[in-house]
Design a protein around this ligand. Structure first.
Ligand code: CO
Length: 485
């Protein structure tokens, strides 16, 4: 059992932190009236967030938050006013389980149906939980989960329209990753670049590029030797870059119903990370270059410097094993390796990789200015720990200039626990001003047990406004901002 430490010694307590992992059963739609500060009048558009909204079904606990049903929140800003809405994605699994008021599916990260291993053995049905990201592209609002098709939602009401096959690009059962990038300038137009993974003894990576209307521009597939657990990727004008983390998958406990698929992945310290570089030109040739071991979920950005690719990512010394008997709510933060920002320089001529740290403060959910995606850049924003070293929950938003080493931190400690920051450029800003805009983040306040929408000035990292919601929002995953909605 974890011993609770005094709040004076630490910026957080685990007891406070876990209050943010409670189901939100209700769906809301209201104007936010309780606020501090002023919503910038030129901030116009909608912040969309996705994440697990339910941490239990009919009293049965979900083993890991990654298994929770997707709930999308929308915070719309207009003329200095804000409105909040949230709706669950009506996936097939969500609707069936809500009717039955019990878990009918196993989760990838260990959630088991009641009834022990016998009830779970050889049940390979995948529940599309649509809980990881939400994007607005080509006139469609799409909730994404990496192992299945997107769900389309009404961008105004968040009602579920249904599975979306992207105009026939996807087939039923196809995957579509939850981490698309928008290349800001592809022959003068923005373009959505995403991938899909088909696992197996060797892994098939399919790359998709869509124009602003949502029409497919190109699609090509590549086979990578071995099992791959790939959640995110990075892009440059000419390449898509994947890290094949050194993991091993043993499917036997999963097949026997003893463990979830995600619990059967083990990290291999003795193996390198493979950097998989696929040219965006479908005629190009894939390269695979080994690098030092480590585990990466998220990339911050990448760019080309001559024949060198620079890739900045949040890396962990190891993948924390998802333990089947362990409740994630009992986590001992200090015992885990922190996520830290590392730079890899991949020399395509010599096929060698150099690795160096950019930021050792525990951080995750990195983001850069949308115009700098795939280009040389200086400023990263991320959710970060309040304290400069060690692993801890994210209570602060970090702004790091990776060129000058300058750091600025806005902290919500001791009560606040932040989510991914979303950078919104000021509409009148110079296109290359990397911090002329706002950072939007949802903060869970453990004192009030409600959540707040926080607006920071990205240039000064000062608080512009804190909009208090009437309830909490469980800790979420990813989201985006749409100026059009
Ligand atoms: Co992610």
């Amino acid at each position: 059992m974890q011993t609770q430490q005094s709040p004076t010694a630490q910026s957080y307590t685990v007891e406070d932190w876990r209050k943010g992992y409670k189901s939100l059963y209700d769906e809301f739609d209201y104007a936010i009236t309780d606020s501090e500060g002023q919503i910038p009048p030129d901030l116009q558009g909608t912040l969309f967030r996705n994440g697990p909204g339910l941490l239990d079904v009919g009293g049965d606990r979900i083993q890991h938050p990654f298994d929770g049903d997707g709930m999308v929140c929308a915070v719309s800003f207009k003329n200095g006013q804000a409105r909040f809405r949230n709706r669950f994605v009506r996936t097939e699994g969500y609707v069936a389980e809500q009717q039955a008021q019990k878990l009918l599916y196993r989760g990838v990260f260990g959630t088991q149906k009641p009834g022990g291993w016998l009830a779970n053995a050889f049940d390979f049905r995948l529940k599309n939980i649509a809980n990881t990201n939400v994007i607005y592209w080509g006139g469609k609002l799409l909730a994404l989960w990496e192992a299945a098709e997107p769900y389309r939602l009404d961008p105004q009401t968040l009602e579920t329209i249904g599975l979306d096959y992207l105009g026939g690009v996807l087939q039923p059962g196809d995957a579509f990753a939850a981490h698309p990038w928008v290349d800001p300038d592809c022959n003068g137009e923005p373009r959505l670049v995403n991938f899909a993974i088909k696992p197996g003894l060797s892994t098939t990576i399919t790359l998709y590029e869509f124009d602003v209307a949502g029409s497919l521009v190109q699609q090509h597939s590549h086979s990578v030797p071995g099992f791959a657990f790939i959640h995110d990727f990075a892009i440059t004008p000419h390449y898509c870059i994947f890290f094949q983390n050194p993991v091993q998958f043993n499917p036997v406990p999963f097949a026997l119903g003893l463990r979830g698929a995600g619990e059967c992945i083990t990290f291999r310290h003795d193996q390198p990370t493979q950097v998989v570089i696929i040219p965006r030109d479908p005629a190009g040739t894939m390269q695979v270059i080994p690098a030092e071991s480590g585990f990466v979920f998220h990339h911050a950005n990448a760019y080309e410097q001559g024949e060198t690719l620079v890739v900045d990512s949040i890396a962990y010394d190891a993948l924390p094993a998802v333990e089947s008997e362990q409740d994630f709510r009992q986590v001992v933060f200090e015992s885990l390796a922190p996520g830290q920002l590392w730079r890899l320089r991949v020399d395509l001529n010599t096929q060698t990789v150099e690795r160096s740290p950019l930021e050792l403060r525990c951080c995750e959910f990195p983001v850069v200015h949308p115009n700098r995606v795939g280009r040389e850049y200086s400023t990263i924003y991320a959710a970060a720990a309040h304290q400069p070293s060690g692993n801890a929950p994210h209570q602060a938003i970090l702004k790091a200039n990776v060129e000058t080493g300058d750091r600025q931190l806005w902290s919500a400690a001791p009560w606040g626990y932040v989510s991914e920051p979303v950078f919104v450029p000021r509409p009148t800003a110079e296109p290359d001003a990397e911090d002329d805009g706002w950072l939007l983040t949802l903060v869970f306040n453990a004192h009030t047990e409600r959540s707040e929408v926080v607006i920071l000035n990205a240039a000064t990292m000062a608080l512009e406004a804190r909009l208090k919601l009437q309830h909490h929002v469980p800790y979420g995953l990813h989201g985006s901002f749409a100026f059009e909605i």
